[in-house]
Design a protein around this ligand. Sequence first.
Ligand code: AMP
Length: 290
Amino acid sequence: MEVLETFAEVRNRHRGTVGLVPTMGSLHEGHRSLLERARREADHLVASIFVNPTQFNDPADLSRYPRPIEEDLAMCAEENVDVVLLPPVSEVYPSPPRTQVLVTEVTNGMEGFHRPGHFSGVALIVTKLLAGIQPDLAYFGRKDAQQLSVVRTLTTDLSLPVTIVPCRTVREPDGLALSSRNVFLEGGDRTRAVELSRGLFAAADLVEHGETRAAVIEETARSEMKHVDEIDYVELATQDRAELVSDLGDTPTFLAVAAWVGETRLIDNVAFDIVDGQVVTDRGVRMPAT
Ligand code: AMP
């Protein structure tokens, strides 16, 4: 006989835990790292592949978003995913949604400002996936740091019975964060794209040497990004509320960038966590050079 203390423990004891990895497909090694971790930690592994139309503020971005479904299913099979949810749009949106999941404050700046409507689409699809699948654990990448803040806020505010598991950013050997949109980087774009991570790492170096002023940290990152076409923002914000700060202080923060390289808009960040009262940088993990 077992004596357990929480509803979650009792529920999971007889049905096992369900882990969910939500994706928009075009899977790469970043997605694979989420699947691997979820496979280790959950009894049943569900991956969803759905290019969610409501989170695209630019119709051209939606129509050209890559959809290599055979390769995606092959990766899911390699990672021993139990169930892939690959829904038609009509399953997720049987009629135009009249219900919104409006996450305030956390969505004001950065991606929320530059991509109006993006986070209402994200909040809606994440709520639908969590309600429809009812996972115990849901895995999200730190690559999308503000999205992670939004997801954590909505699950707390709506008392959703799920644990959000943040996963480290996976990078190319030269530092470029893996992204489904990297396939659009043509010719010299790929070389220029590495300036985003180079800038973030230079800023992280500075922080490790004791710098705390946001303006100096941001300017250091910007100064490495001389050849990108346009920088939407370089900003230091809190991890819990995505609120801009003028100094590192003693709350967990992230330094985020969004920039255009050719026709492609890229985002990236480094996290400044607080461990035992100390700032600890998380630059993510680089894949080994082959
Ligand atoms: P997406 O398919 O772009 O919506 O991403 C699905 C999930 O994978 C999100 O939680 C992302 O944050 C995560 N993700 C995307 N790129 C990376 C990466 N380079 N490293 C780790 N996680 C990532």
